[in-house]
Unconditional design. Structure first.
Length: 146
């Protein structure tokens, strides 16, 4: 699903590379970035619940979940290398901002690096997830990805 989401963003990415988005386009950018990080977070929740058998309930659970994916534990290696930490934290922070703000407060200057880099980021995230799944399946026959 994230492949399709990122692929559909390409039309707007091309337009935004040629000219700064207007208000409606900027709202669409915000929505796409919000959905993108939600998709990543949903994958991380599956890992956390099904492999780590952990859930997060504090007010900072989004950050705790993301940070946990950069740490190895007794059940698996780290899901992500530190190379992705800043970028994924920025996507998470943008998602939080978007959820709790109004469209008129969006700023292209802040959204642009995330939106224009979404395909590159997804390629890295997807590769890390595929490597994690490959390593986890090799380590354990009881792992089921659904």
């Amino acid at each position: 699903m994230l492949d399709e989401h990122v692929s559909k963003a390409d039309i707007l990415i091309k337009k935004c590379k040629m000219a700064e988005p207007d208000y409606i386009e900027l709202c669409a950018v915000g929505s796409m970035l919000h959905s993108y990080y939600n998709g990543i977070e949903n994958i991380l929740l599956i890992i956390s619940k099904n492999i780590d058998e952990m859930s997060f309930s504090s007010s900072k659970w989004h950050s705790e979940l993301l940070n946990a994916m950069f740490e190895k534990n007794n059940k698996h290696p780290a899901v992500f290398s530190d190379e992705l930490k800043t970028a994924l934290t920025n996507y998470m922070n943008f998602r939080h901002f978007f959820r709790h703000s109004y469209g008129y407060s969006l700023q292209w200057e802040k959204a642009a690096p995330l939106f224009l880099g979404i395909q590159e980021n997804w390629d890295k995230v997807k590769s890390a997830l595929q490597n994690f799944i490959s390593e986890k399946v090799t380590q354990s026959d009881d792992f089921v990805y659904n």
